[in-house]
Write a protein that binds this ligand. Structure first.
Ligand SMILES: [Zn+2]
Length: 87
């Protein structure tokens, strides 16, 4: 039964329950944390398991966040360099 496999921790054989976790990424030199990611968490060793499709979605989100953040930074740098040239 695939159900039973999902409820046991592959690391320690402990009980795995649905929960939330925070995943951290580094993209374009920017550190990002995506909070409240659905995960299964082992009650015994605290190992966290994120399903493949969820991991892909979160990774895509991290890509978009990093691109936006990088754009903002470039914008701020431009503003700063403009301010410097006016000074
Ligand atoms: Zn475990």
């Amino acid at each position: 039964m695939p159900e039973a496999r999902n409820q046991k921790c592959p690391e320690c054989g402990g009980t795995v329950r649905p929960g939330r976790t925070t995943l951290t990424f580094e993209r374009l030199g920017i550190e990002l944390a995506v909070e409240a990611v659905p995960a299964r968490i082992c009650q015994d060793c605290a190992e966290e398991f994120v399903d493949g499709p969820v991991a892909v979605q979160v990774s895509d989100l991290a890509d978009r966040l990093a691109e936006d953040a990088a754009k903002d930074m470039r914008r701020q740098l431009r503003v700063r360099s403009l301010a410097l040239s006016l000074a």
